[in-house]
Design a protein around this ligand. Structure first.
Ligand code: FES
Length: 152
């Protein structure tokens, strides 16, 4: 995914602040839609439309404990990052950064967003903005040689 242009975000946020638009309630709904992609809207983090099941051997890099891999699921526009924690325990996060919609990368000690520098710890908890939310962590169920991912 390419780096979104966020040059207009600050001016749109400034407009909202100066115009007295409250970002709550029905009256704000069209406004929220118009700033989608400018971040700071944690409730807009994309979720799965339905659970997905993937064979473990289809996710390169997660064969051993500590391994991290990535996958794309049909109908979900952001890569999903999966980590093997050992003892048949896995975690999976959406790579979606809620600042401006870039995809984050796993970097060993946590997650980084290359677009504007936000960082998260190894559990997907936000450390530094400009993002405003933790990464979306999917529920992971292990069944035989497959993982099923679903919304939390
Ligand atoms: S899109 Fe700006 S920090 Fe991620």
């Amino acid at each position: 995914m390419s780096k979104p242009d966020c040059s207009a975000c600050a001016s749109r946020r400034s407009f909202l602040a100066s115009s007295g638009v409250a970002l709550a309630g029905l009256a704000a709904a069209p406004v929220i839609a118009s700033i989608e992609g400018c971040g700071d809207v944690g409730s807009n983090i994309p979720t799965l439309s339905a659970p997905i099941t993937v064979p473990l051997n289809s996710i390169s890099g997660i064969g051993a404990a500590g391994g991290v891999g990535e996958l794309y699921a049909t109908g979900y526009n952001y890569k999903i990052i999966v980590r093997n924690n050992g003892n048949a325990q896995y975690q999976a996060w959406s790579s979606y950064c809620d600042h401006a919609g870039c995809e984050v990368d796993y970097v060993g000690t946590g997650f980084d967003c290359g677009c504007h520098g936000a960082t998260w710890n190894a559990q997907g908890v936000l450390r530094n903005g400009p993002a405003s939310s933790d990464l979306l962590e999917f529920k992971v169920t292990v069944s035989g040689d497959s993982l099923t991912l679903s919304n939390p």
